[in-house]
Design a protein around this ligand. Structure first.
Ligand code: CTP
Ligand code: MG
Length: 226
């Protein structure tokens, strides 16, 4: 039976949030934001173990009460480096065909239903895939001076979210193959090897907290008011 592992990259500084504290530690309904993120996976019985990748310089981490959690202090300069370092660190524990769900620390509003949906949809997939949502807005290509050059067709365009779920061996090989050209998500690295990851329909509630206003939105979603 293939096991499901979760790897949460949490070694970023949250520069766009503009707060002194990295955004994964900002208070959200009375707890550090990342505690909410970890709790989603800790509550799911099909998750074998949760790994959190921190920066080696991190001084803000506090551990939540969670038995299946392991902290790895091997974060890198980019998200891709943090994920790859984490994968290398867990190499002795995980089989090549086990699933790894990589999930941003900064996405605390993933619902149990959506996690369940992703696990169900991809359990028998040969490649793996990711949660994503079709682009809803009209897209404009900008000129250098901030005017509209033209309108881009949005047909077939999706916004990638996380979790991104791939077999351990494939994901590690893909991230190693891309190396210096740091991909912005795991799917991009797997695509680079010539595979076509599956798009699994996510939802807008699974937002990534990036700017201060996102924190308020996350609070409303977690309270069930959105
Ligand atoms: N991340 C990481 N290692 C890095 C950079 C990012 O583990 N060197 C993690 C972040 O902690 C976050 C996730 O990757 O959980 C998504 O990245 P992003 O939202 O871009 O977070 P930051 O890089 O921290 O924010 P910013 O880009 O605004 O600086
Ligand atoms: Mg970033």
């Amino acid at each position: 039976m293939r096991k499901n592992y979760v790897l949460i990259p949490a070694a970023g500084s949250g520069s766009r949030m503009g707060s002194g504290l990295p955004k994964q530690y900002l208070p959200l309904l009375g707890q550090p934001l990342i505690h909410h993120t970890i709790a989603i996976f800790a509550a799911h019985p099909a998750i074998e173990q949760i790994f959190v990748v921190l920066s080696p310089e991190d001084v803000d981490w506090t551990a939540p009460a969670c038995e299946r959690l392991t902290v790895l202090r091997c974060g890198g300069d980019t998200r891709a480096a943090s994920v790859l370092n984490g994968l290398v660190a867990i190499g002795g524990l995980v089989d090549s065909l086990d699933w790894v769900l990589v999930h941003d620390a900064a996405r605390p509003c993933l619902s149990q239903q959506l996690l369940e949906h992703l696990l169900d949809e991809l359990q028998h997939d040969v490649v793996g895939g990711l949660l994503a949502v079709p682009v809803a807005d009209t897209l404009k290509r900008a000129t250098r001076d901030g005017r509209v050059d033209h309108t881009e067709p949005r047909e077939g365009l999706w916004r990638a979210q996380t979790p991104q779920m791939f077999p351990y061996g494939l994901l590690r090989q893909a991230l190693q193959a891309m190396d210096a050209n740091a991909p912005t998500d795991e799917s991009q690295a797997v695509e680079f090897l010539g595979h076509a990851p599956r798009l699994v329909l996510g939802d807008g509630h699974n937002l990534k907290v990036t700017y201060p206003e996102d924190l308020l939105m996350a609070e409303m979603i977690l309270k069930g008011n959105l």
